[in-house]
Design a protein around this ligand. Structure first.
Ligand code: SF4
Length: 252
């Protein structure tokens, strides 16, 4: 990988895509420099036919060591919020926009660092492949990194959170919310209210699940790279020929 070469996981994506072939291949990904300091690739985890797919930012310290997403403090808060929203953990597939832990040393601690735009773009082919293979009818994005990776750089979680976004080529419906780590990092006096709002966002997704669960054979979503384009808001929308009259819109 030369200094001016674009970072991308694309060459590491297997031609024959199944959840297990993707997971296996992701362990050898060298699409950006993040693998060098991380313990291992933390690929998504959950059922192969999920009703809901949850996308976070990147693995944290605990996830990096365990090799599984959402097993640290933020994951425990997410579990709590999902339960409060009436969503069973075993119907959810959990993944991240970036699959390696980005950190900086601080004494003996490894401090979380936000992934940059290049790293998010480099890792996106893994997320696209997961969306394609899993065909989850409902997707929830947690935090700005996940939302921007999937919905475009102009997307603002604070403005659009809790709305049902439709017309996207890779899921029937998408709901964006904040990352549970932001609740843990935020003002302790505001925590209860922030958690309540987070649960309210998840309830919006939960309300879509009865329909999603009924689908006997969910249609395979179209690969994002081939069909999508960005709308005026920067949000990735389905190609008009493929979705007919459907528009990518926020259901306010
Ligand atoms: S962060 Fe993503 S693109 Fe970068 S090495 Fe890890 S899996 Fe590959």
């Amino acid at each position: 990988m030369g200094p001016n070469e674009p970072w991308t996981a694309a060459p590491f994506i297997p031609r024959r895509r199944t959840l297990s072939s993707l997971r296996q291949a992701a362990h050898s990904c060298r699409g950006c420099p993040l693998w060098k300091r991380a313990t291992q690739t933390v690929f998504g985890q959950g059922p192969s036919r999920p009703a809901l797919l949850v996308v976070g930012e990147q693995p944290g310290d605990r996830e990096d060591l365990a090799g599984r997403p959402f097993v640290g403090p933020a994951g425990r808060l997410l579990d709590q919020a999902l339960a409060a929203a009436g969503i069973a953990r075993d119907e959810v597939y959990f993944t991240n926009a970036v699959k390696h832990f980005k950190w900086a040393p601080s004494g003996k601690r490894r401090l979380h660092q936000k992934p940059g735009a290049r790293e998010i773009a480099a890792c996106r082919p893994w997320l696209e492949a997961e969306l394609e293979v899993l065909a989850a009818p409902v997707v929830v994005t947690l935090g700005a990194t996940a939302a921007r990776s999937l919905l475009g750089p102009a997307f603002r979680v604070t403005r659009e959170r809790g709305k049902i976004l439709r017309g996207l080529p890779w899921a029937g419906a998408v709901v964006a919310s904040i990352h549970p780590a932001a609740i843990l990092r935020g003002d302790p006096l505001e925590r209860a209210r922030a958690l309540e709002q987070f649960v309210a966002d998840l309830r919006v997704a939960a309300a879509l699940l009865p329909k999603a669960r009924e689908r006997p054979n969910p249609a395979k979503p179209e690969p994002m790279l081939r069909g999508g384009h960005r709308g005026a808001t920067g949000m990735r929308t389905a190609h008009p020929r493929r979705v007919g009259k459907r528009q990518a819109s926020a259901n306010t």
